[in-house]
Design a protein around this ligand. Sequence first.
Ligand code: HPA
Ligand code: ZN
Length: 346
Amino acid sequence: MSSVPSIPAERLPELLRAMPKAELHMHIEGSLEPELIFAMSQRNGVAIPYASVEELRQAYAFTNLQSFLDIYYAGASVLITQQDFHDMAWAYLQKAKADNVVHAELFFDPQTHTARGVAMQVVIEGLHSACVRAGTELGVDASLILCFLRHLSEEDAFATLEQALPFRDKFIGVGLDSSEVGHPPEKFARVFARCRELGLHLVAHAGEEGPPEYVWTALDLLKVERVDHGVQSSKDPQLMQRLARDRIPLTVCPLSNLKLCVFPSLDQHNIRALLDAGLVVTVNSDDPAYFGGYVNDNFLQTFAATGLTAAQAYTLAANSFEASFADAGQKKRWREQLDAAFARFA
Ligand code: HPA
Ligand code: ZN
């Protein structure tokens, strides 16, 4: 679209909901709503240290990344069977459909499950069957990205990769998540090099709480194609130039950043500065069940707080397709759908 039609401000929320988009940064275990945690805890006989759905929800008052991760891993402990993994992903994909997400790349954390004795096959086949079902029943294209937990060793990551390779056709790439500070990208340089040889796509969380140096090393040592979060990059002008020059996408998660106290309020989020610097910014939900909203909530609240415009909405949606790991023909079709959605609002 050569120029975005002028759209009255009062129609912006409707436009944000209606526009087709890709979601590229969401942890499927972070979509597990308290109701589902309780249902699975009962059906699997796995005790959790909360008496009710309300009590669990009240525990969602986080001060930083680690305070969230402690509860997030406790919540994931109720997942036991292939059906559980399927149900979790299916619940998310239906919400994605309602938000006009046409493509989703879902992170999953196998070590959280294999460490409890759940087989890799159960995890991957449960999630993958929901992705296939989303394609046929919802018209939502979905794929999986396996994340290594960075608080564990690189040796553990290598063992996890070995366990996952029999299912190589069911995930498209690898990522790096969990506790960032103290676990820099270089800790995983060898396993990422191996994944690169295997033809897997590479992403990593960097610059969420950690310093700009972690973004540099994710790029230069891990050779990632996208940076998850990356918001701390704005502290380093040279890094900003590098990200803009190489069109390295950042998968930004505004409500996550708010709930984990990365920014004190949404109106102080740096998303506008990142866009103004020409970076390929995308908007994502990270862990929607824990951070108060799915991807459209992220768009709506961010736009309301920061005053971003319809032209910036177009850029963010177009960026989400550009930054995805879909093929060029698919990206072109989504871009045409985006143009058609904007034309309807002109
Ligand atoms: N950061 C790091 N690890 C995570 C996150 C996050 O925001 N969500 C789930 N695992
Ligand atoms: Zn994340």
